[in-house]
Ligand binder design. Structure first.
Ligand code: ZN
Length: 180
C-alpha cells in the first residue's frame, strides 16, 4: 500500500476496525519511511451501481471520482478526508438501500449537496457551483443567499473573502468571484 505522502511502499497497521456501518474494515497505517499515518478500507465488492447521466448515458458509480470532487470543493476548509469518506459511505449505503441499480446523476448530486451543506457551507457552494454549472454569478448568489438565510445555529461561519492568487490551481475551475 503506497504512502499517500511519500509514495513509499511499506507501512505497518496501527489500528484496525469495522467502519461505523459495518460494511468496511478500516485500517490505520503508518508509513515506515516518513512516519505519517493514513487509512485504508477493505470492503466487500458489491454489485455495481450505475449513474444515469442527463443525456441517458450510464456510467458506473465511482466513489473515487466523487471523493476527488469533494476534495477539490473542500480545499482549505477544515474537513478531513475521513469526513468525506464517511459522507460517501453514507451516500453509497443510501443508494444501495434503495434496491435499484440505476440512479439519475441529478439525484446523486442533490444528495451529496444536502450532506455537504450540513458539514460545510463554503464547500457546499463550491460543489454546487461545479455540479450545477451556474450560468452566471446571479444564479450562484441565489444559492449563497439561501445558505445565508438559514436560521442561526445551522451555520458554522461566515463566508470568507475570495483569496485570489493564493488559491491552488484546481480552484481556478470554481467560479467564486462574486463581486462581478
Ligand atoms: Zn510516507
Amino acid at each position: 500500500m503506497k504512502c499517500p505522502f511519500c509514495a513509499h511502499l511499506d507501512s505497518k497497521v496501527v489500528d484496525s476496525r469495522d467502519s461505523e456501518t459495518g460494511e468496511a474494515i478500516r485500517r490505520r497505517r503508518e508509513c515506515l519511511n516518513c512516519g505519517k499515518r493514513f487509512s485504508t478500507y477493505e470492503r466487500v465488492e458489491a454489485v455495481p451501481l450505475f449513474v444515469v447521466k442527463k443525456d441517458g448515458r450510464r456510467e458506473e458509480f465511482d466513489r473515487r471520482k466523487l471523493l476527488h470532487g469533494l476534495l477539490v470543493s473542500t480545499t482549505k476548509r477544515e474537513i478531513g478526508p475521513a469526513q468525506l469518506e464517511a459522507l460517501v459511505d453514507d451516500l453509497e449505503n443510501q443508494l444501495r438501500g434503495r434496491g435499484g441499480t440505476e440512479i439519475p446523476s441529478r439525484e446523486i448530486g442533490e444528495m451529496v449537496m444536502e450532506k455537504l451543506r450540513l458539514i460545510d457551507e463554503i464547500a457546499y457552494i463550491r460543489f454546487a457551483s461545479v455540479y450545477r454549472s451556474f450560468k452566471d454569478a446571479s444564479e450562484m448568489r441565489t444559492v449563497i443567499e439561501q445558505v445565508l438565510s438559514q436560521p442561526p445555529g445551522t451555520r458554522r461561519q461566515a463566508p470568507e473573502p475570495s483569496r485570489r492568487g493564493r488559491r491552488p490551481r484546481e480552484d481556478s475551475e470554481l467560479p467564486l468571484d462574486l463581486g462581478k
